[in-house]
Design a protein around this ligand. Structure first.
Ligand code: FE2
Ligand code: FE2
Length: 306
């Protein structure tokens, strides 16, 4: 077991998490560090995300980036993203899993991020993360923004899933197999979802990590929880009527995924510079650890007498 919850303290009924993954999505880098739409400083926003990643966990099992790595698929954009992430991944001694999205161009992504031949072959992969199997699917469709999975990928996925992993499987894919309440988003949704459901149902898939929406969302697909990470570049302001949802340079977020023996949690982490209290600390946790369970309950759960 490696890369647990990052805390040696477990006072409740659950064991500590066996794996902690960072789930990031939609960096949308551009060549030359250009601003997206002339408006969003995607590199600065991503740098703030990396700072937060370094803060939340000293050694995550993996950093999974669920697509739209580059906005226009430019080789320099991929080089810049790699240059930003690789030092942090090395410092945290973790794997980085790159997933293709609709804004990516497979040949450039393959060449610049993975050192592969610059072809239109789907960007897929399988990682054994200390017993958790992570499978990256490529839902991009060359020349289009909607998503799809062809028979080749579905057959390959079924073959891989025929052999269960010790701690189950997570799928990482850009287009989420979920509906969106935002009008027109369904035009850009994933096609052949019924066929994907047939492959997943009854398998050891325990969760699906996705992106694409630029807002955090959760649902189930073929009985499997789906978690959509918001974007690091800009997010959709869903605090508006659905027909008026538009992008904003705020509320960027990523997710901390904790894998337990019997559940998986997805914690949405806002990337914010807000002033924060200093009540809880490592020293405070150590004091709590020295107490008996009854004393801890008294110290932390008892309401003051009125
Ligand atoms: Fe995107
Ligand atoms: Fe997308």
């Amino acid at each position: 077991m490696s890369a647990g919850s990052g805390s040696p303290y477990a006072f409740g009924r659950h064991e500590l998490a066996s794996h902690s993954l960072i789930h990031v999505s939609d960096p949308h880098f551009l060549a030359g560090g250009a601003k997206l739409g002339g408006r969003y400083d995607v590199e600065e926003n991503f740098a703030r995300t990396l700072e937060a990643i370094r803060a939340v966990h000293p050694n995550p099992t993996a950093i999974v980036v669920t697509g739209d790595l580059a906005d226009l698929g430019e080789p320099d954009a991929y080089r810049r993203l790699r240059a930003a992430v690789e030092p942090v991944a090395a410092e945290l001694d973790t794997h980085v899993v790159w997933v293709a999205g609709n804004h990516d161009e497979r040949p450039a992504l393959r060449a610049e991020m993975l050192g592969l031949e610059p072809t239109e072959e789907p960007v897929t992969g399988i990682w054994d993360l200390d017993g958790v199997r992570l499978i990256a699917l490529d839902t991009s469709v060359p020349g289009w923004h909607h998503g799809d999975l062809d028979e080749g990928q579905l057959t390959w996925l079924a073959e891989v899933l025929a052999d269960p992993a010790p701690s189950g499987t997570l799928l990482a894919m850009h287009h989420p197999p979920l509906p969106s309440h935002v009008p027109l988003f369904d035009i850009l949704e994933l096609r052949h979802q019924d066929e994907l459901a047939d492959v997943i149902r009854g398998s050891d898939v325990r969760g699906i990590l996705a992106g694409h929406l630029h807002y955090s969302s959760h649902g189930t697909f073929a009985g499997v929880p789906v978690s959509v990470a918001s974007a690091t570049c800009y997010t959709m302001n869903v605090a508006r009527p659905a027909a008026e949802v538009n992008g904003m340079d705020a509320a960027q977020a990523f997710q901390l995924v904790h894998v337990y023996a019997d559940t998986i949690t997805h914690t949405v982490i806002p990337v914010t510079g807000a002033e924060t209290g200093e009540y809880f600390s490592e020293a405070w946790l150590e004091r709590m650890a020295r107490l008996s369970p009854e004393e801890r309950l008294e110290a932390f759960s008892r309401k003051p007498a009125r």
